[in-house]
Design a protein around this ligand. Structure first.
Ligand code: ASC
Length: 151
């Protein structure tokens, strides 16, 4: 049997897609945990200097606007680190209640709104406004940690 070039390319594309889907469906538990921890670390890496500034412990970071922008993206991405069925991940710092609580979902939305305000403030470059907005973001971090993070 002879196959046209298009058929072969189409089959190759379909095979690639199938492999990708299979690999995604089989994301290993330890990978999900690493992703979750990496996402939290990414949020931390972007926020820490802004939080320190909000607390009067550091100068305004020169790259505050870029950090705020990254936090806006991360607030959207981070919830994907807690997929359904990952309640029982070994060594996870997340309390199981998080997976059934509407407040967990809402927490990310509240954080999203807070980082959007921080982003707007950072774009104006107004230090006082950034300080207030970063302080509010810090409260959203702490709020969820208090409720849903194991000590
Ligand atoms: C941080 C960080 C957190 C939050 C939290 C805010 O910089 O790593 O987890 O701020 O401490 O209260």
């Amino acid at each position: 049997m002879r196959f046209g070039k298009k058929t072969i390319l189409g089959a190759a594309a379909a095979a690639t897609l199938a492999l990708t889907s299979a690999a995604m469906a089989q994301m290993k538990p330890e990978e999900t945990l690493k992703m979750r921890q990496g996402l939290m670390l990414a949020v931390k890496s972007q926020f820490v200097p802004l939080g320190a500034y909000a607390q009067g412990k550091a100068d305004l970071p020169a790259d505050a606007a870029k950090r705020a922008e990254n936090l806006v993206a991360l607030a959207k991405l981070a919830p994907s680190g807690w997929p359904k069925g990952s309640e029982g991940l070994k060594d996870s710092a997340t309390k199981v209640e998080a997976f059934t609580s509407p407040d967990f979902v809402k927490g990310w939305e509240i954080m999203g709104a807070a980082v959007a305000k921080l982003d707007a403030a950072a774009k104006t470059g107004n230090g006082d406004a950034i300080k207030v907005a970063a302080g509010e973001v810090g409260k959203t971090c702490k709020g969820c940690h208090d409720d849903f993070k194991k000590e």
